[in-house]
Structure formats: C-alpha cells, structure tokens
Design a binder for this molecule. Structure first.
Ligand code: HPA
Length: 252
C-alpha cells in the first residue's frame, strides 16, 4: 500500500494550496471531533490527509485544540506518519524570524490538556517511551526534502511547549533558555506524545514567526503585525518543502 502522509497545519497554514483533487470530510473519533473536516488530496500524485490545527477559520486556541481527535482521525484515515507545521518564537540567535527548523527535542510546560489515550476504567495505565519525541527517519526525510527543494532548514532544536494563549514574559524566555530550549511554541505537546501513543512517526517543521519575548526585535514587545508578512513568505517555502517531502516519502 502506498503510504499516506498526515499533515497538521498550524497558524497561517489552514490549507495546502497545492493539493490536487482535494475533498473535505467530517471525521468523528471516540475522542470527539478534530479541529475541522479533514482534507484529502494528492501532492505530486501521492495521497495526503490534512487537518488545520486551529480550525479552517483559526478559531481554536492552542489549549483548546482536541489533539487526541486530530491524531486519531489522521491515523483512522490511513496516515502512518504525521508532519506538524508549527509557528514558534526563536529563542537563540540562529533562529531569527523566517527561519525554518526541524526540532529534535521537546520540553513540556503545558498543563490541563488531555494528553493520553490510555485513560478510563477499561484502559490499562501505559507509559510510552518518549526519549526521542520526534521520529529520526521522518526528520531526515524532511531535511532531504528541504535540500531538494533548495530551502535551508536548521536541522535541530529544542522546542519548549508553553500553555498560551498569551505570549511569554522575558524572564520566562530566559528560564526556557536555561532549560535548554531554543524555540518556543504552544502546540508541540501533547501532540508529540499522543502521536507516539498511536505509533505514528511524527516530526515537525517549526516556522520562526518572531524573536521570543525579550530577544532581538522583541526586546520591548512582540509586534504581532510584523508576524503576518514573515509567516506568509515562510509558509510558501514550507509548501515547497512538503511537495518534495511527499515525493521522497512515497518512495521510502
Ligand atoms: N511564543 C509562543 N508561541 C509562539 C511564539 C512565541 O513567541 N511565536 C509563535 N508561536
């Protein structure tokens, strides 16, 4: 069977313009409804299934996303691997606005989110291994796709997942950096852990939208107006990488 690639689109990527023959379908799961109907289509002749993490109208805040339903739905519809597109703030100097990165580690600062499929009276307590939260082979494929698309990607990074929806204080960013984080976003967890529970290969393309609070141009404040233009340009590059990724993924 030709593998189906799942894609979770983040802020600014509510649809994939380059999907051929796409159709939308409402999918229900035992964990409720995903963020919106799934979009099925083909990129360069290969099947992909897509969900917009914040809904097609960007109405679902990071702490309100039904991460369980999104991942369950993608797997139910045949995805065995999932690429997350996630906007982040850059903490370290090499992660300036517009940079694309493929994180290799994650630290979870979120709370109160539904973060396991293994709960309820008839579910045995299960501890999944998450030593390496992102799938190494899928990360390598993303890097290869970037190279063949002519796009530069930073090959690693430590993603700090914060609760949001507010942005961080400058002191919080200092703490995250002391912890070893190089970028900060609000949706990486529990998404990565839930993907592991479902045995989905999971990796992310982090799109740096802004300097994190207190850093660089965000020294005094984060200018949300500047973010839009940065994201528009960066997401065009992400679409290009995804086209190449789908192609090499189908051959592996
Ligand atoms: N912090 C948290 N999440 C984000 C940021 C940020 O600065 N930018 C984009 N997503």
């Amino acid at each position: 069977m030709v593998p189906v690639l799942g894609i979770i689109g983040g802020t600014g990527l509510a649809q994939l313009a380059n999907l051929e023959g796409s159709r939308r379908q409402v999918v229900r799961t035992p964990f409720g409804e995903p963020s919106g109907p799934l979009t099925f289509g083909r990129i360069r002749g290969r099947d992909v299934v897509f969900v917009a993490r914040h809904g097609y109208g960007h109405t679902i805040a990071p702490h309100q996303v039904n991460y369980r339903a999104n991942l369950w739905a993608l797997r139910q519809e045949g995805a065995h691997a999932v690429v997350s597109i996630a906007s982040v703030g850059g903490i370290t100097p090499e992660l300036g606005p517009g940079t694309l990165a493929v994180p290799h580690q994650i630290i979870d600062y979120t709370w109160g989110r539904k973060s396991t499929f293994f709960e309820g009276p008839d579910q045995p307590v299960t501890h999944v291994d998450l030593t390496h939260p992102y799938d190494g082979a899928l990360r390598a494929e993303i890097m290869a796709a970037g190279a063949s698309a002519g796009e530069v990607l930073v090959p690693q990074g430590v993603y700090a997942a914060t609760q949001g929806p507010r942005l961080e204080t400058a002191a919080e960013i200092d703490r995250l950096e002391r912890d070893g984080a190089t970028m900060v976003g609000m949706t990486g967890m529990p998404e990565a852990a839930l993907a592991r529970e479902l045995d989905l290969a999971y990796a992310a393309i982090a799109v740096v939208a802004n300097h994190a609070a207190g850093r660089g141009a965000s020294r005094d404040s984060i200018q949300l107006d500047d973010i839009r233009a940065v994201m528009e340009h960066a997401l065009a590059r992400v679409r290009n990488i995804l086209e190449h990724l789908v192609e090499c993924h189908g051959h592996s």
